[in-house]
Design a protein around this ligand. Sequence first.
Ligand code: IPD
Ligand code: CA
Length: 255
Amino acid sequence: MEKTLKKAALAAGQLIQDNIGKAVQISTKSSVNDLVTEVDKACERLVTEIILNAYPDHQVIGEEYGLSQKVSDYQWIIDPIDGTVNFAHGIPLCCVSIGLAFKGEVIMGAVYNPMMKELFFASEGHGAFLNDQRIFVSQKKQFETAVLVTGIVSAIGRNEKSLPVFDRLMTGGRPVRCIGSAALSLAWVACGRFDGYFEYGLNPWDVAAGKIILEEAGGRFTDFSSQKNDVLGIETLATNGFIHQSLGDLIRSKS
Ligand code: IPD
Ligand code: CA
């Protein structure tokens, strides 16, 4: 399954790289800034074809085409392009993200940014890798100097929870970044570039692969209360583990 996962990620990555910065057909989904391009759809079709050719009895779920018909304990969770707004504007911060779940638990994942030639991969119990090099979360313990990342969504009514937190963090003088891709944000916490990530309102395909990559790199993935640990929740708190409690407390505090 590792071979199929990497093959699908690399193939979709090639499509992304061939088309970024080019005039591609763009449509809108739930709002004027919720975009889908013809390349998102082509990538999802390609990834689905590669997976179902190898494992015809497995189920796939993707951001653009939804659930396939077959019901299976194995479910491949596909975000054909995470960071579609970046992609559509030629900003080379986007990726394909594919997670594989068994009985609802993510057991393998790949996040590939072809512009940076960075393939993040992890499988349960075997560690996380960036281009075949083991990766680990940062060792930062001091929350005051942690470098954080979040997502601010261009959709009305989806930032009420995030913006006050963003404000509290900035007021506290902390560096907070928005790179426009949930999957890359998680992978970058996994390899120690960021110390922590939080976002409200994500979908399973945004986080499935990044979750296992982060956990296998030694990090922690939960909801804002540090209770739930699945990819179905809409609260994502993902850190190096050391600052998890502090970031969770700050998110939940009112001032
Ligand atoms: C989006 C990105 C973005 C996050 C949004 C996601 P998409 O996914 O991950 O960083 O803030 O919530 O919807 O639409 O580019 O696949
Ligand atoms: Ca996405």
